[in-house]
Design a protein. Structure first.
Length: 202
């Protein structure tokens, strides 16, 4: 996978910018920034927890170890599971030299897939998964080490952090119609029933 902004393909004819490709590239840059920031925050929290172990009283070690491990796993998950738009923007760049009649449908397809992924990532199953992942380390502290206060604080803190990460994901493609290209539009994606997210239901 390419790092940083999407590399530009070189076309002898100097193909003009396509609104769909520009939009995908811009969204991919936002998604990449979001991934870097949250991966860094999670890993940084894990490092601080580990570094504090020899400095703080032994009674705090279970909380630091479990909290550090949870943060490290969250950081790895965020880093290794990027939003699909990152890969789709790279695929879109490879179409720069294609004929317009072939390129436009492909860009519309890539945008639709990226929008669907953005919508899926903020739906209820992700919030439920976030709660479960916050509950596990809290339960370990509560039942395994009988640290009731720290266990409850761990659940609350982990859940709040996870929700903030989920709800700061880029969702521009899922929320808006595609730019006009040859008179065609991609409709705004909608959700219904139990799959509604906080952002879409509140």
């Amino acid at each position: 996978m390419l790092r940083g902004s999407v590399a530009r393909a070189q076309c002898p004819s100097g193909a003009p910018e396509n609104p769909l490709q520009v939009e995908l590239t811009h969204e991919a840059d936002k998604a990449r920034t979001w991934r870097y920031v949250w991966s860094g925050l999670n890993v940084g929290s894990a490092v601080l927890s580990v570094a504090a172990i020899p400095l703080l009283p032994k009674s705090t070690r279970p909380d630091l170890i479990i909290g550090g491990a949870t943060s490290a796993l969250s950081g790895a998950f965020t880093w290794f599971w990027p939003l699909d738009v990152e890969a789709h923007a790279e695929a879109a760049e490879k179409t720069r030299c294609w004929p317009l009649a072939r390129r436009t449908p492909e860009l519309l397809r890539l945008r639709s897939l990226s929008a669907r992924d953005e919508a899926e990532r903020v739906r209820w199953p992700w919030h439920v998964g976030n709660f479960v992942s916050a509950l596990v380390p809290g339960a370990l502290l509560w039942f395994g080490f009988h640290e009731h206060v720290n266990g409850a604080l761990s659940v609350a803190g982990s859940f709040a952090s996870g929700e903030l990460e989920l709800l700061t994901q880029p969702t521009h493609l899922a929320d808006t119609a595609a730019p006009s290209v040859s008179g065609r539009f991609v409709p705004v994606l909608t959700t219904s029933g139990a799959l509604l997210s906080y952002r879409q239901s509140w």
